[in-house]
Design a protein around this ligand. Structure first.
Ligand code: SF4
Length: 244
């Protein structure tokens, strides 16, 4: 079945969290972290999926994932495909199709750098994710610190926001990690200006310790009151902004 993608169903493709209560809103889900990413976010704590190899973690194959979805069908209702950047994977289409055929709702986590892939997924029902969460890392002008340079690339982020914004509000969210230096009040103002006003915008605390760029492990996270202040400011621009 996977030959057309030049991948064997026994190749290691990523890591599987078998049961999660927090990754798909209001659903019990399995979460697949697909290997490989086209960004190098300095605060990334999924570095094994970004710069490592599947030997660095407890990797699973396509067949393992589908077997798990079949086995836990009466316990799970959601399947989250995360990464890395899942839109890079040739397995994204077959994974979504198989999960849908088994009756799962599929959530896609993306960094929004490959809008063509999103367009392509949305063009056919069987591949259409039921929920999309897109990370907005910092202001668009600042994406160069993530290894993302050209104007054309930055346009991809805007295009992905536009594509995702066409989904009903219940099926989409934008997410930002509150990394000091990358996300300030000014940054929040800039990001808010490119998001639809009715967006769900989820903020998360920055957690140093295993960052891709070791220098980021020395950055002190915002305090609770600083985070509250930033999220309150975001809320004044995008009412459904919340701190997770
Ligand atoms: S945070 Fe996400 S987008 Fe950034 S490098 Fe890590 S996996 Fe890639």
């Amino acid at each position: 079945m996977l030959n057309q993608y030049n991948i064997q169903s026994t190749d290691f493709i990523g890591a599987l969290v078998k049961t999660s209560l927090v990754d798909y809103p209001k659903k019990v889900s399995a979460v697949l972290f697909l290997h490989g990413c086209n960004l190098r976010c300095p605060y990334c704590y999924n570095k094994d999926f970004v710069t490592g190899t599947p030997k660095d973690y407890d990797a699973v194959t396509f067949n393992d994932v589908i077997s798990h979805l079949i086995k836990r069908k009466n316990v799970l209702s959601g399947f989250v495909i995360s990464g890395g950047e899942p839109c890079l994977s040739p397995l994204l289409h077959p994974l979504i199709r198989q999960a849908h055929n088994l009756g799962y709702l599929v959530k896609l986590d993306t960094n929004g750098t490959i809008p063509e892939k999103l367009e392509n997924l949305f063009s056919e029902n069987i591949y259409n994710p039921d929920f999309v969460a897109m990370d907005i890392k910092t202001s668009l002008d600042n994406y160069s610190v993530l290894g993302y340079e050209s104007c054309e690339s930055i346009d991809n982020i805007r295009t992905s926001i536009d594509i995702i914004s066409k989904l009903p509000t219940s099926k989409r969210e934008f997410r930002t990690v509150l990394v000091p230096t990358l996300v300030t009040k000014e940054t929040i103002k800039e990001i808010a200006s490119i998001l639809p006003k009715d967006s769900s915008w989820q903020f998360a605390k920055f957690q140093p310790g295993s960052c891709l760029n070791k220098e980021y492990n020395t950055i002190t996270p915002y305090t609770q009151s600083q985070m509250n202040e930033l999220v309150d400011f975001a809320k004044s621009l995008i009412p459904n902004a919340t701190l997770r």
